[in-house]
Structures are given as C-alpha cells and as structure tokens.
Design a protein around this ligand. Structure first.
Ligand SMILES: *Cc1c(COP(=O)(O)O)cnc(C)c1O
Length: 379
C-alpha cells in the first residue's frame, strides 16, 4: 500500500458491532468477562484499548514497522526508551537535541547512573570517539531542532550495529511522509505525535515504532507497567488527523521552500537553516534519506541580539508566537528563551543557536499571506 492509502486506511476497520466506518472512541476502563480470563482480548484499558489498538496499527504502517505504541506524550515515549537502560549504561546523543529530551536525560536519567554523551552527530567520527562497550543506545534526531542539521541515518546504523547499541531516531520533524528511519537501518523510531502526525495543535501524544520483536515486547511491557498511555479521545483525534498527513505535508513542504528562499534573499537575514538548500553537505544527505525538506525553518538576523528577534516575533500576525510546531497554522518561536531555555547558553552557542535565532513552523495557509506577514515584520 502507498503512503496516502495507508494514512487513510491502516488500522481502521469498520466496527464489527455496527459497521461504523470510523473507529469508535472506546471510552471505557474495563471489559466484561464471561468467566475469569474468558474475555474478548481486552481486560483493562491501561493494557489495551480498541481505539488505541487501531491507532497503534496506523503508527506501525506509517513507519513500515511491525509494531506501534502510543504514549501520553513524546516525552513519555522517550522516557519509556530510557527505561530500557541500567546503571552503568551509556548513551550517545546529538548536541543539538530537543530541549525536553536533553532535560529528561540530564536531569532524570543521569541520576540513575546512566551516562550521556552529546556530540555533533553530523560527524560520524565524533560519534565513534565516545562509543565504548557500555554504549547501549544511540539517540538521534534529524533534522535537528532548531538548527535543522541532517544526520546520516545509514552511517549511524552501521556504527550502532557494530557496537551492539540500539539506534533510536526522533523522526518528529521529518514525519514518516518524508523519512522512514527503520528502512535506513534504525531499530526504533520516536514521534512527538503532538506535532505533524496529529497536525491540528489539539493533542499531546507520543509514539514508538519498531520491527524488532524483543524490543517491542520490552517497550509494551513498560507502556503497561509504567502506564503513560494515550487516552481513547486523543487516539481518535490522531486517527482523524493522520488521514490528511500526506496532503498537509505536501503543502508544508511547498510553503516551507517558498519561505526559506524568501528569507535567504532578505537583506536583514544573515543565515537560514533548512535542509533544502542545494550545494550544502546537509542537502546531499537530506536528498538521500528524505523525500522532501519539510516546513521547519530557522533563521538569524544580521544584527544578532534578543531585542531584534523579539521585535520580529511581536510584529508577526499570522505566525502566532507559541511553542510547538507541525500544526496546520503557522507558528514562530524564540528557542533561546522558549523551547531551548533549559540548555545553557554556552552549549547553545556551540551548536550555532544564536540569541536572534527565530524558528518558524510554516503552516498550510496561503503562501502569499505568509510572505506578506514576514515582509511587514522583518521590514
Ligand atoms: C515536541 C518534541 C518532543 C516532545 O514531545 P511532546 O509530545 O511535547 O512530549 C520531542 N522531540 C521533538 C523533536 C519535539 O519537537
């Protein structure tokens, strides 16, 4: 099945009791049993819920995976992966990481005796330098947030295999429409479903996808044992959102390209970060592993100071100033004081995250209105 057909149909069967074409919201905690243990496969909704089951099948299909698991948030999904680790284990991750993942690793799991290395993953040599016998997990993000660096998943997968580590890829920015890490050799994919998969800025949810039986068994055990599950109402909304994922992504990519080119030509803008600019090393890797370049763009102003960025952000009208991304509406943000405030300034600067950096989540509105909005705000 091709992507658009999977987005609409995968996991969704007419309801056996009524023929309802949409999976019902099974708002129930428990299920009647004829006699103890004699049930229809459902006992308690933390363990299994039919609306969540349908969504998990859809998740699996989108990433060409055998299994999908739905969690209460992207962070809950990441937390479940970190729970696979034991004291003494080591993790290699990118130094240009989603702030919440950095906080979870350094402020929670580091206290449990797990060691984290944050390196520039665009250089495979940097990754190899910190790998040792204790390395159990490589946690990658590509494109990265907010610097839009592209990491070579095939090369990372080789390093992971040869060191017996699990390669997990946070595929939130690319979405399964543009990139499928499992097909490139990764063991596990994580999504903040909150973003493009749900797509309408109305649900917080996370997902894990894998084709590895043992890994799925361990993660499903953690999902049930720790209990950070996605609720049935939210699962319904995400099933609905996914039906237009391919259409939304096409427009996000078109609008993203137009905004990136507009900014690159703007006299007050010094740098634009977007993986689709030809002639860059990032572009070469991105064209190998992605089917498009998405709608996430960051840029810095020639006059690099927080006040300049604030002026632009306050003047933008259609681009709402807000955290998050991936919804149908355009958003703008200031990572240094918003999403990435938990990363120390020296660490931020090392990765190129300057004070005036503005991040855009380009939505699917009419492109002429988006460009006009940027024009009046940047001046
Ligand atoms: C938002 C986000 C997360 C966290 O997901 P939540 O659903 O907010 O918990 C993780 N990684 C990336 C890249 C994100 O953008």
């Amino acid at each position: 099945m091709k992507f658009g057909t999977k987005a609409i149909h995968a996991g969704v069967e007419p309801d056996p009791s009524t023929g309802a074409i949409m999976t019902p919201i099974f708002q129930t905690t428990t299920y009647a049993q004829a006699s103890p243990g004699n049930n229809k496969g459902f006992e308690y909704s933390r363990t299994k819920n039919p609306t969540r089951e349908a969504l998990q099948k859809s998740f699996a299909a989108l990433e060409n995976a055998k299994y999908g698991l739905a969690f209460a948030s992207g962070m809950a999904a990441t937390d479940a992966v970190a729970r696979l680790l034991k004291p003494g284990d080591e993790v290699v991750s990118t130094n240009d990481l989603y702030g919440g993942s950095y906080r979870l690793f350094t402020k929670i799991f580091a206290h449990y005796g797990i060691k984290f290395h944050f390196v520039d993953m665009t250089s495979i040599d940097e990754v190899k330098k910190v790998i040792n016998d204790q390395t159990k997990l490589i946690w990658a993000e590509t494109p990265t947030n907010p610097m839009m660096k592209v990491v070579d998943i095939v090369a990372l997968a080789k390093v992971a295999k040869s060191s017996n580590a699990i390669l997990a890829v946070d595929n939130t920015f690319a979405t399964p429409y543009l990139q499928n890490p499992l097909d490139l050799g990764a063991d596990l994919v994580m999504h903040s479903v909150t973003k493009y998969l749900a797509g309408h800025s109305d649900v917080v949810m996370g997902a894990l996808m894998t084709s590895n039986d043992e890994l799925n068994e361990q993660l499903a055990f953690i999902q049930n044992a720790a209990g950070a599950i996605a609720g049935p109402q939210d699962c319904f909304l995400v099933l609905r959102g996914i039906k237009t994922l391919h259409l939304r992504m096409q427009r996000h990519c078109e609008n993203g390209a137009a905004v990136a080119k507009y900014l690159a030509d703007h006299p007050k803008v010094s740098d634009v970060f977007w993986p689709g600019f030809e002639g860059t090393p990032q572009y070469d890797i991105a064209s190998k592993q992605m089917r498009g370049f998405g709608g996430m763009i960051s840029f810095i102003l020639k006059e690099d100071h927080i006040e300049g960025a604030y002026q632009v952000l306050e003047k933008l009208n259609i681009f709402a100033l807000a955290e998050s991304l991936g919804g149908v509406e355009s958003l703008c943000g200031h990572p240094a004081t918003m999403t990435h405030a938990s990363i120390p300034r020296e660490e931020r600067l090392k990765t190129g995250l300057k004070d005036s950096l503005i991040r855009l989540s380009v939505g699917i509105e009419d492109i002429d209105d988006l460009i006009a909005d940027l024009e009046q705000a940047i001046g």
